[in-house]
Design a protein around this ligand. Structure first.
Ligand code: ATP
Length: 284
């Protein structure tokens, strides 16, 4: 009689391994989204209701979208992506209709996770002003109508057990408080930029299978040196580390091609990482 548990569920942990670090965020997401189906009786006994909405906030490129994709895979839910800025339409009622259709689709495809990316792009605080103009009034009230539609749809989720809304933003201060009330996006999780351990993991993930130069990696610590070097990965996000790894491979390819000796095996050395780093301007 094996009790299901987050730790023993290997099939669902695989998806999480592709994301380096962020152990606390992963755990909280899994507790919020996996526990209700793993332990329905305990939830009922304690009078707990599964969360309807989660808000992830943090700098861009730090795995918010990747976390939600992993959550959808681990809960075997359909992943529906919506960039909120893209549903903006100047035509009366069109944005609201699109949002309602999206929720309708999510309800039909249950279990599903509806991911609303860049939530701040359109559902900012109703009293926010831009250059002295009220956003809502300057754009014909589209934002406030979208916000009302979103609030209505969130409130309607109660009857749909298998729909979870996850929203992401880089600007949590811009989100209208009505959206954060209990029963809406009331689980709020910070997704931080990578710390040293996370950088180690991210480098391992994105360099997996890449042949590293044996000379530079003699003691097997080349990635460790890159992770610890503040000048190399100091202010980098996961996305930037990933693109540095890709760019280092391209540097190796260019050098190999230039060498004229295509019989030698191409591999990536420290110099390629340094060159790749020079091409990246960290956003943070
Ligand atoms: P944005 O706010 O710009 O939408 P985001 O926070 O949603 O960004 P993702 O889209 O999940 O970030 O990540 C961008 C890329 O960076 C992905 O390809 C992902 O593989 C990589 N990445 C970011 N953080 C990590 C991490 N912790 N581990 C592994 N890869 C990562």
């Amino acid at each position: 009689n094996i009790r299901p548990s987050l730790k023993s569920d290997h099939s669902s942990t695989d998806h999480w391994r592709e994301i380096g670090g962020l152990e606390q965020v992963k755990l909280k997401l899994r507790q919020a989204a996996e526990w209700p189906s793993l332990y329905p009786h305990s939830f009922e006994r304690l009078g707990l209701t599964p969360p309807r909405g989660i808000l992830l906030y943090g700098p861009p490129g730090c795995a918010k979208t990747s976390l939600v994709r992993a959550l959808a895979k681990s809960t075997k839910s359909t992943f529906l992506y919506c960039n909120v800025a893209q549903i903006y339409s100047p035509y009366l009622g069109e944005s609201e209709r699109e949002l309602r259709d999206l929720f309708q689709k999510a309800r039909l495809l249950n279990p599903s996770i509806l991911f609303l990316d860049e939530l701040d792009a359109i559902v900012g605080k109703r009293d926010m002003t831009v250059g002295g103009l009220n956003q809502a009034s300057s754009s014909g009230g589209v934002e406030s109508r979208i916000l009302s539609t979103l609030l209505n749809e969130m409130d309607g989720i109660e009857s749909t057990k298998d729909l979870l809304v996850v929203a992401a933003t880089n600007r949590p201060d811009c989100i209208d408080h009505a959206l954060l009330r209990p029963g809406r996006l009331d689980h709020i999780l910070y997704v931080p930029p990578p710390d040293l351990d996370s950088k180690r993991d991210i480098l391992k993930i994105h360099c997996n299978g890449i042949p590293l130069c044996e000379h530079d990696n003699e003691s097997g610590d080349m990635l460790e040196r890159i992770a610890c070097d503040e000048n190399l990965t100091g202010d980098m996000t996961g996305a930037e580390i990933e693109s540095m790894c890709r760019e280092a491979c391209m540097c190796a390819m260019r050098e190999w091609e230039r060498s004229g000796d295509l019989n030698i095996q191409v591999d990536v050395n420290m110099k390629h990482f340094l060159e790749a780093r020079r091409r990246i301007v960290p956003a943070i």
